[in-house]
Design a protein around this ligand. Structure first.
Ligand SMILES: NC(=O)C1=CN([C@@H]2O[C@H](COP(=O)(O)OP(=O)(O)OC[C@H]3O[C@@H](n4cnc5c(N)ncnc54)[C@H](OP(=O)(O)O)[C@@H]3O)[C@@H](O)[C@H]2O)[C@@H](O)CC1
Ligand SMILES: Nc1ncnc2c1ncn2[C@@H]1O[C@H](COP(=O)(O)OP(=O)(O)OP(=O)(O)O)[C@@H](O)[C@H]1O
Ligand SMILES: [Mg+2]
Length: 385
């Protein structure tokens, strides 16, 4: 069957009613996305997806956040709240991995101490400068300055260096509860090749991965890295989402059918979870779509996405721990741990942004929002509950 493009001539009353219906909009979306042929394999999949997607609803984000946040238990010791690694940073962007890591650290308070940042350094000079800048941002972060960019490595040394990087990461991988890959990573080919190997290793080790920033640039060009991996979370901003849609669906972003397009995109990447950032955050794993629209901040300073990636990593690791515990059952919906982690991370960040904006207004910066993460969590989920 072929869906006809033109409904322009003889537009009858019946057709007009159809035009105003959701069915028509969906049909138009299919036409625009897939060139008009229902026997196109992607279109068939799209129809399957629509039949299981169901209506999208606003997530009960604060209740979800409360349900998955562990109580502060004096019998616990350092590290028991989870260990997060952030893989990011380059010459230009030292801020992004710091924002992601310090956000994770703030949320888990004293229960989580081990945050690892991998950043690349060009030379001894930059090594010291970059390393000390991260250390001076916060001495609580544990920094592994091991990644390198092409121009600091001779061609004949590349294999050796990437082997060393991988061996170092391998030592730690199984201890991590979640990786954040990409904040401020840059786009150097050698660096991205190393990160590609790290992603493969994480996947082999069944470690959840939150892919953000330049990690999304890498993954969009090598979808196999995450395709079909249910523990992968992609957190694209407007540009990153556009690239992903163009690459995977071969069409443009469609805001009229935003939920369906997102659902379909997640399905096409084998059920990874995608958090599409925007005025409302939209989250889908290909089975369901949830939105988080808690009022955030009208101020769009750079770095809020980095806070989000660190926050999502913490919540994903907490949900997994709850589910994997011997008596673990979470009586909340949806049930996918990565979707739950995204909902909680988004709610926390947006609330923190709104608290910060109340105080700082137009001068609100990412650091101000990070300072409000604790209060945001406390407002939703008091420490003394
Ligand atoms: N304080 C910090 O350290 C912060 C650092 N940050 C870090 O910045 C990085 C980029 O993130 P972002 O959000 O600016 O990327 P995004 O919106 O896709 O691009 C905007 C436009 O720029 C362009 N472009 C980007 N990179 C390019 C490259 N290497 N070379 C050439 N072009 C490039 C891009 O072009 P296009 O990809 O469309 O060709 C688009 O037109 C990322 O690592 C992030 O984590 C942020 O987290 C904020 C705080
Ligand atoms: N128009 C908007 N209105 C309200 N909140 C928004 C809006 N756009 C984004 N946000 C919030 O800001 C967060 C970060 O989204 P943003 O699109 O700024 O990410 P990003 O570009 O990756 O950020 P970064 O500068 O860290 O790379 C999202 O989780 C979302 O909650
Ligand atoms: Mg970003």
């Amino acid at each position: 069957m072929v869906i006809k493009h033109g409904m322009n001539s003889g537009f009858s009353g019946r057709n007009y009613m159809l035009a105003s219906s959701a069915v028509f909009r969906r049909q138009q979306f299919l036409i625009r996305s897939l060139g008009g042929y229902t026997d196109h394999p992607l279109q068939k999949r799209m129809q399957e997806v629509k039949s299981i997607g169901g209506p999208s609803v606003e997530a009960d984000a604060e209740n979800i956040l409360r349900a998955i946040t562990p109580t502060l238990d004096p019998s616990r010791h350092k590290g028991q709240a989870g260990k997060i690694a952030v893989i990011g940073g380059c010459r230009e962007y030292t801020g992004a991995p710091y924002f992601a890591a310090i956000s994770a650290l703030k949320i888990v308070s004293s229960l989580l101490r081990l945050i690892y940042i991998w950043c690349r350094f060009v030379s001894c000079f930059l090594y010291k400068r970059c390393c000390s800048s991260h250390k001076s941002y916060s001495p609580e972060l544990i920094v592994h300055p091991i990644l390198e960019e092409s121009y600091s490595v001779r061609d004949e040394d590349k294999r050796l260096i990437s082997g060393k990087v991988l061996a170092e990461v391998h030592k730690w991988m199984e201890r991590f509860d979640c990786l954040v890959v990409g904040p401020g990573l840059g786009r150097d080919p050698f660096l991205l090749d190393c990160v590609m190997e790290i992603l493969k290793l994480a996947r082999q080790s069944n470690v959840p991965i939150v892919v953000d920033g330049d990690g999304l640039f890498l993954v969009t060009n090598s979808l196999d890295l995450v395709s079909g991996y249910p523990l992968a979370v992609l957190t694209p901003n407007v540009n990153e989402y556009k690239r992903l849609v163009q690459k995977v669906l071969g069409c443009e972003v469609n805001d009229e059918d935003a939920h369906e397009q997102l659902l379909f995109l997640a399905k096409q990447i084998g059920g990874v979870t995608i958090l599409r950032k925007g005025k409302s955050d939209l989250i889908s794993d290909g089975d369901t779509v949830k939105s988080v629209s808690i009022y955030g901040s009208p101020r769009r300073c750079g770095g809020q996405g980095d806070i989000l990636s660190g926050s999502v990593a913490v919540f994903v690791s907490w949900v997994r721990r709850l589910i994997l515990a011997p008596d673990g059952d979470l009586n909340i919906s949806p049930r996918n741990p990565t979707v739950l982690g995204c909902i909680a991370g988004s709610a926390l960040l947006r609330k923190a942004a709104s608290i910060a904006f109340k105080d700082k207004k137009r001068s609100t910066l990412t650091g101000d929002i990070i300072e409000c993460l604790g209060r945001s969590l406390e407002d939703i989920c008091p420490a003394s509950r």
